[in-house]
Design a protein around this ligand. Structure first.
Ligand SMILES: [Ca+2]
Length: 385
């Protein structure tokens, strides 16, 4: 995945909260992502009674470098000292080496403008082409074969099928091949103190990052990830790490870069956001109802099955459910036509990872393609259950 694509997935992830259909191919929408991924607000974080030791020889009496003279950073450090008992000199030393990422700010300024427009003709076709290709599918099949045991264990423990865990990792990082090249401390400091539109969110994530690294015994100057601060194979933001990451290989650490921990963490994220085992994700619509254009597509509107049926809209088989749950009308703009589908609650769960119809649909289609490709191996696994 190229950088631009990666960033696109990002803004969709993180900034998902700011647009019900934040589907801007080529634009970043942060994950794993912004309002999506459970950030822990400063006010909600619990004070630590016995702080763990910090890691890294950071020490300074005052802040120097790019972030010298930022009153908001000084206030942030005050809060970290009072709430979480960090050493002031340690944080002064750490932030003295934080770098302001002007490229990120320039990129987001352009992207923010793009968020205001609706998907154009062919938007889904262009987005889909970035992910639904042989590389993503074949790497998914290979990952399934290599980590079959962990994926099966995740399905049994969390009720999330292997292919949807793989669909997330495919779109996010192509199974770890593009996990970002930005220092998280630079990314989050830049967005927390030089990006006013999302300052509160990113200050919360910076707090979460300091708690995460201290808890895991990691030097906060070291981790690398996306320009928005997402980390590992599933591109978790620090707040998502604190709330939903799990130690799935039992080595005593929650490591977002470890394949097994990433598998368990993504499955847990889905489970905690309401994934229903055995329930459908997307259904086709039978025929071509004329009333579709009167309905509002997207994630912010839901319809009951009876409402849809009264308008002549019925789900195409197989739809193995009573479907007595909220349904979303999904509209995908191809080059030559607009496609309408029905999204079930499990589709909505995928959008909790990244609030974008395009994102969730790419995950769904990749899941089906990878599942189909694995075929016999997966079937053998199910039979053993
Ligand atoms: Ca682990």
């Amino acid at each position: 995945m190229n950088v631009k694509t990666r960033l696109a997935a990002w803004l969709l992830l993180s900034f998902a909260g700011c647009a019900g259909q934040a589907e801007k191919p080529g634009l970043p929408a942060i994950q794993s992502k912004p309002a999506t991924s459970g950030q822990v607000p400063l006010s909600a974080a619990k004070p630590d009674s016995k702080p763990l030791p910090t890691v890294g020889a950071h020490q300074a009496a005052s802040i120097s470098g790019d972030y010298a003279g930022y009153p908001a950073l000084s206030q942030f450090i005050d809060d970290m000292v009072k709430k979480h008992h960090f050493s002031r000199d340690y944080l002064n030393g750490l932030f003295s080496q934080a770098r302001r990422k002007q490229w990120t700010l320039d990129y987001l300024a352009k992207s923010d403008q793009g968020l205001k427009s609706k998907p154009a003709q062919g938007a889904w076709s262009r987005y889909r082409a970035q992910f639904l290709d042989d590389r993503h599918i074949n790497d998914g099949i290979a990952f399934w074969r290599k980590h079959r045991s962990a994926l099966q264990r995740a399905r049994q423990q969390y009720g999330v099928p292997e292919e949807y865990i793989l669909g997330i990792m495919a779109v996010e990082t192509t199974f770890g091949s593009s996990v970002g090249n930005h220092r998280i401390i630079d990314a989050l400091t830049t967005l927390a103190f030089d990006y006013p539109r999302r300052a509160e969110y990113f200050r919360s994530e910076l707090e979460n990052f300091l708690l995460m690294t201290r808890g895991e015994g990691v030097d906060p100057a070291k981790p690398i990830g996306s320009f928005a601060g997402a980390m590992g194979l599933g591109q978790f933001m620090p707040g998502s790490f604190l709330q939903w990451a799990v130690d799935f290989n039992g080595d005593g650490h929650k490591d977002l870069w470890n394949p097994e921990d990433a598998v368990g963490s993504i499955a847990n994220y889905f489970a905690q956001h309401g994934w229903q085992a055995g329930q459908p994700v997307v259904s086709a619509i039978k025929g071509k109802p004329v009333s579709l254009a009167t309905l509002e597509p997207g994630l912010s509107h839901t319809y009951s099955l009876s409402q849809l049926q009264q308008l002549g809209i019925t789900l195409a088989p197989p739809s193995p459910c009573p479907c007595d749950h909220p349904l979303h009308l999904l509209m995908l703009r191809h080059h030559s036509h607009d496609q309408y589908l029905i999204g079930h609650p499990n589709f909505y769960v995928i959008t909790r990872y990244n609030q974008s119809t395009h994102y969730a649909m790419a995950v769904h289609e990749l899941a089906q393609a990878i599942r189909s490709g694995v075929g016999e191996i997966a079937d053998a696994g199910y039979r053993k259950k």
